[in-house]
Design a protein. Structure first.
Length: 268
């Protein structure tokens, strides 16, 4: 068995599907761990008219443009927060990223509803305190994604939330890697093929048709490797849709090249 630092793109391409699957077990576990540290939950709590607490969440991640750090999520996630704030009143809503109190309106940097990406200024100190890391932007714009190449993605589906007690909730992280199905100038689509799925050690395959609501705003990451065996993930896109039914499961991401180094979002 080759060590992880000996796995190169040329070696993988030369292997049969069966041998590639055997070799990539540890590799994918390592990459999944890296991806998990780039993702957080974006949540907001509001008081209802009857005094109870309503909780909503989506996903977000962190993007580093050489000493300029941004939090990235889907524009419709930010819209959802604003709608909840309007409904409940400013004093009745609070937003967190991980366990950091976060004011999205004060931090907004880029927003494009049509593209469905929003960016926010974020501090390196908060990133460190959360134990998270950022996706790097070398190179930028990111390389062109290709159909059938593997994409890693993740986020926090609402169905995985678990109330531990009245003022404590746990968020379940959903991670997967799957081939890209289609690529356009605007989107990356990954339609699930469950016949090719295998569970990662310590995790089970989610039931067919599991509700994926809450993945919006998470990243789609593309592994890039050199012939020296050095691997990293570049940002491919921002999850905009995650749909699941008994016979159709798909994740759709807006391509990352719409994000500019100053955090603004380009128009089509």
């Amino acid at each position: 068995m080759k060590s992880l630092d000996q796995i190169t793109p040329a070696l993988l391409n030369a292997l049969s599907v069966e041998d590639r699957a055997k070799m990539l077990g540890d590799f994918f576990r390592k990459m999944d761990g890296w991806v998990a540290h780039c993702i957080s939950y974006f949540r907001w709590n509001r008081r209802t008219l009857i005094g109870t607490t309503a909780l909503n969440n989506a996903s977000c991640f962190f993007l580093d443009f050489s000493q300029r750090l941004f939090l990235v999520t889907a524009a419709h996630v930010y819209d959802g927060y604003l709608a909840a704030k309007l409904k409940s009143g400013k004093s009745n809503i609070i937003c967190h990223v991980d366990n950091i109190v976060f004011d999205p309106e004060a931090r907004i940097q880029g927003y494009n509803k049509d593209i469905d990406i929003a960016t926010f200024d974020f501090s390196y100190d908060d990133l460190i305190s959360m134990g998270k890391q950022a996706v790097t932007t070398t190179p930028w714009p990111p390389p062109e994604p290709n159909v059938d190449n593997t994409a890693f993605f993740g986020g926090f589906p609402g169905i995985s939330r678990l109330w531990l007690r009245r003022n404590a909730v746990s968020f379940g992280l959903y991670l997967a890697h799957t081939p890209i199905t289609t690529v356009t100038d605007r989107q990356i689509t990954c339609r699930f093929d469950r016949e090719a799925w295998v569970p990662i050690e310590g995790r089970c395959i989610p039931p067919l048709g599991s509700d994926l609501g809450g993945l919006s705003g998470g990243p789609v990451l593309l592994p890039l490797g050199t012939e020296e065996g050095v691997w990293h993930c570049c940002l491919g896109g921002v999850i905009s849709q995650a749909q699941a039914s008994a016979d159709f499961e798909v994740v759709v991401a807006v391509r990352a090249h719409f994000i500019n180094p100053d955090g603004t979002i380009s128009r089509i």
